[in-house]
Design a protein around this ligand. Sequence first.
Ligand SMILES: *Cc1c(COP(=O)(O)O)cnc(C)c1O
Ligand SMILES: [Zn+2]
Length: 477
Amino acid sequence: MKIDDFPEEMKDYLLPSHVAQMAYQCIGCGESYPLDRFLYTCPRCGGLLRIIDLNFDALKRIPGLLWQKIFDYRKMLNLDGLKGIFLFHELILPIVPLADVIYLGEGHTPMVKANEELSRWVGVDFYLKYDGLNPSASFKDRGMASAISFINYMIKAKGIEKLVGVCASTGDTSAAAALYLSYLSKEVVHSVVLLPRGKVTSAQLSQPLGSGATVIEIPGVFDDCMRIVERLAEEYEVCLLNSKNPVRIQGQKSYSYEVAQQLDFKTRDLVVVVPIGNAGNVTAVMEGFVDLYDLGIIEGLPMILGIQSVHANPIVLWRHSGEYRPVEVRPSVAQAAMIGNPVSFPKVSRLVEEYFKERFMAIQVTEQEIIEGMLITNRHGHVVCTQGGESIVGLKKGVEMGLVRSDHKVVVDSTSHQLKFAGFQQMYFDDSLPEEYEIRPRKELKNRPVPLEASAEAIAQYLGLEKRKGDEARRNR
Ligand SMILES: *Cc1c(COP(=O)(O)O)cnc(C)c1O
Ligand SMILES: [Zn+2]
């Protein structure tokens, strides 16, 4: 729809005009630094940074109900810079001009009502938000869209001539980083990803390779890759693309804005279920709802259910004991969440303390439950990965524990696409999962092709089909 066709009272708001004053702010010592450089930790105390808009209060001059209308009307506007996550430009990176926004098709993922039988199995009605339908097939694209838009803006504003973008990843971050970086000029940007050798599926390896990134494999697990990338970011001229980069968190907040919008901003009694790995996503989800709440766009904050595998459960242990300690991870089919010392833990702790308190719960599930959660969900017309399966069985436990009730509105974050984790499904079907996963495949959930002779009779016999009565069979021939 063209601007001229919108109602008169909306025209002034369709294009963002908010003048922001963005800064990095250390969550440790509180020091702030202007958002005119790449920064990942506080130069003074080494603390984690978040991004703030010192002029955020100016946004409060617009009432919450009007914001709802602005975002709803904007969805009808065909304008490149406002199409994806930047529909919420004022809340993401208002310093980046619309012309510098990079949009590769991310965001506005569908929210699908869970199948009835599946809901009965879980114990409550719920929706699945399919973030696996983003361009690189995971929610990471949301954060990459903001990070790369910021890089694009910086390249232009600062006249940067060479930039090396690096990330460490169990797979999905590198897929997203490589995809988005490859959209920028080859003459300026070089994309590099660090992976733990033998710990990612061939499907996950294929994405950064296909996008033309330099893929470096090192021995160890994700946490080892992360340590090296952090050293690189501290001591060398590189741009870090892990979720420690607070610009990524800005983009990932769009998940919450969309959930609210898809519920017509009626978020009373909302429960959002997210798998937790490095804890960047759950941080962004919480921050996103806090923004909406601060601006009066929603009436209250939702309850957040964070789910972890018993093989990688530092947040669950923290929530139960009150004490945070990194854990030694064991192999998990929810590989994208297999992290023993989540980088964003201090942010989670702070958000829970300040805003979520009793509204943040952490639940752990077994490996057996995770993979079966995925298989059962996908057998009911859905498309979820192992982390999606993890969230669904986590929700099931939340219902059993009495935390989630039938009067709640429930949204489960389906963080990536089933195809990315097809290898685990195959190993389950073939009974070839290594011992450490502690998974015993159940016969009724296995599925494999049936080799038969190339004849209708053989197939009909196998399927137990009834033969048609004489006349009809001839007529249909
Ligand atoms: C990254 C990722 C997660 C975990 O998100 P964090 O921000 O690391 O907590 C979960 N699922 C998928 C598919 C992911 O790619
Ligand atoms: Zn500091």
